[in-house]
Ligand binder design. Structure first.
Ligand code: ADP
Length: 386
């Protein structure tokens, strides 16, 4: 069973999916561009196969073949393949039923270039701002959560949407353990904490059993968390994007009608390479990058107060300057930030008088200024970052 521990790669998954032929078109599903939204996490694989709506019922065999082929790869723990209808083809097939009663795959995605479709989502939200990072562990969720709380502290009606379907952080960050309620069984009420409306797939499934949860896959679940949640009229929704800049993230960026994105980075070079990838990704889908936040910027020794720069310092600022992107601010590496975000009491809410909270509010003001100035809300002009 040793080989089961090897990490499966996207290339391996695509290679076996390229063996699955769509008989009606005489080509394999990868060559036909049918495979979308591929997500890999710890050996759990999810993807959609876009098909013409009318053919859906006939393609269960193809879906199953795709799942079986991926399942046979070493290192794969679970596979979820879902058929979705192409945009032009009308309503989608119903994908496999999810185990969670509340959220399942939504109607078929719009296919490539889905931003027009996505405009219909969250229609009463003025600005939808993504918080992204090129890789995991840089404190993206910590920053996203505190940024949302800072927007609220600045007087904006605020929501936060956890777009990380496979590794949701929001329940932990906000200390939420209850489940969203639905009066009619269709529209869910978002949960509210510290004056911010919040939605995460983690509110609906148990943290330690996500892999038993079969049907809901990335795009459907994400769309449902926008469409089938009573967000109401809000000034801003912060979207905590999944880490990384692969195709899955690109597809998500297309699905969410974003006003702009902020990128979180640590000062190390490696993280900054990822920032460049992040910029490239958002450029591809014409989402303006509002700026870069340097997290874990400096370390103030709790004993002597001396500042040290564990990960270097100022790298993100230099990188922003080089790339011609605004630098939005620095958040130090500090035990209080770690403890509060891991305890579900983010520092902006639990210690609003602190220097950390003040920094987050300053960043929120800088971001707000940029979205307002750019008219980056619905229908406004786009800033394109070269
Ligand atoms: P990501 O979303 O990028 O994976 P998280 O926000 O989950 O990262 O943060 C990873 C870990 O780092 C968490 O334990 C979090 O509390 C901690 N952390 C994040 N930012 C800071 C910071 N500025 N100072 C100290 N710890 C931090």
């Amino acid at each position: 069973m040793d080989d089961k521990r090897a990490q499966v790669t996207e290339d391996q998954v695509l290679a076996v999916l390229a063996e699955v032929r769509d008989q009606d078109h005489g080509k394999d599903i990868v060559a036909l561009g049918r495979v979308q939204g591929l997500v890999l996490r710890d050996g759990n694989v999810g993807f959609t196969i876009e098909v013409e709506a009318a053919r859906g019922p006939a393609l269960e065999g193809l879906r199953k073949e795709a799942e079986d082929k991926v399942m046979a790869l070493p290192g794969v723990v679970s596979v979820t393949a879902v058929l979705t209808a192409e945009a032009a083809a009308g309503p989608s097939q119903t994908p496999p039923a999810p185990q969670s009663p509340a959220v399942g795959p939504g109607p078929g995605g719009p296919g490539p270039g889905g931003r027009q479709h996505a405009q219909a989502l969250l229609p009463d939200v003025t600005h939808i701002i993504a918080v992204a990072s090129g890789k995991g562990g840089v404190g993206k969720s910590t920053v996203a959560t505190n940024l949302a709380l800072a927007f609220a502290a600045e007087g904006h009606a605020t929501g936060i949407l956890d777009a990380d379907i496979y590794g949701p952080s929001l329940p932990r960050m906000l200390g939420i353990t209850s489940r969203p309620q639905s009066a009619d069984g269709k529209i869910m009420e978002p949960l509210e904490k510290y004056g911010v409306k919040a939605m995460s797939i983690g509110f609906l499934i148990e943290e330690d059993t996500p892999m038993i949860w079969r049907g809901p896959m990335v795009m459907g679940a994400l769309e449902q968390m926008m469409r089938d949640v009573n967000w109401g009229a809000l000034d801003v929704v912060v979207v905590d994007m999944p880490p990384g800049t692969g195709d899955a993230q690109l597809t998500m960026a297309q699905r969410v009608p974003l006003a702009g994105a902020v990128i979180v980075s640590t000062p190390q070079d490696i993280a900054l390479i990822d920032v460049r990838r992040g910029l490239a990704m958002f450029n591809k889908v014409n989402v303006p990058v509002l700026g870069i936040i340097e997290n874990m910027s400096s370390f103030a020794c709790p004993h002597c107060g001396e500042e040290s720069h564990i990960f270097g310092h100022g790298g993100a600022r230099d990188c922003a300057a080089q790339l011609g992107v605004p630098f939005l601010g620095e958040i130090p590496l500090d035990i209080e930030i770690r403890q509060t975000s891991d305890a579900g009491t983010p520092v902006v809410a639990s210690n609003p008088e602190s220097d950390h909270a003040a920094r987050f509010r300053a960043i929120a003001r800088a971001v707000w200024e940029r979205v307002e100035k750019a008219g980056a809300g619905r229908g406004g002009p786009k800033i394109v970052v070269e």
